[in-house]
Design a protein around this ligand. Structure first.
Ligand SMILES: [Zn+2]
Length: 161
């Protein structure tokens, strides 16, 4: 039976390295979330062994979680394998409950645990319980609020009315 699910997960994150003479194929294994079928995302295809940094090759063999994450975030890999990542619900903003008692304006520093692309206006609205209009009115930020970022940034919350 054909499965129509479009969602797959890397689970624990495993690479498969296949040697063919002096050429290597490297795949990232992903599993369909509804039928459990495993498929392979091509990371390297028929690449010469000598083109690999030996340390990188070790990390593929060791299924290095950081390498799994960085490969998944690589736009080239996504394009080659025709997938898009779904970040819905993949983030939250942890805030200290004390922040509302501070004197205005309040400066907030956002630190990412993983480089997941998030729109700052959404992150701030959800994290601080503000409406989108309040975000536009009360937030001062050096980076564009509507453009997704995956690097840390700082913003300032101005006093409300
Ligand atoms: Zn499936």
């Amino acid at each position: 039976m054909r499965c129509w699910s479009e969602s797959a997960t890397t689970g624990e994150g495993r690479f498969r390295v296949n040697a063919n003479g002096k050429l290597l194929d490297v795949w990232l294994l992903v599993r369909c979330v509804s039928c459990d079928r495993t498929s392979k995302l091509t990371v390297h295809e028929r690449a010469s062994v000598t083109s690999f940094d030996p340390a990188e090759l070790d990390r593929y063999h060791a299924n290095d979680p950081e390498l799994v994450a960085s490969r998944l975030l690589d736009p080239l890999l996504a394009r080659r394998n025709r997938f898009t990542l779904d970040w819905k619900g993949a983030w939250r903003l942890d805030t200290s409950p004390a922040w509302l008692d501070e004197a205005w304006p309040v400066q907030v520093e956002v630190v990412f645990e993983d480089p997941i692309p998030v729109r700052p206006d959404r992150l701030i609205a959800q994290g601080l319980g503000l409406s989108r209009n309040e975000v536009l009115r009360r937030i001062k930020c050096d980076i564009p609020l509507r453009r997704p970022t995956s690097a840390g940034f700082t913003f300032t919350v101005m006093a409300g009315d």
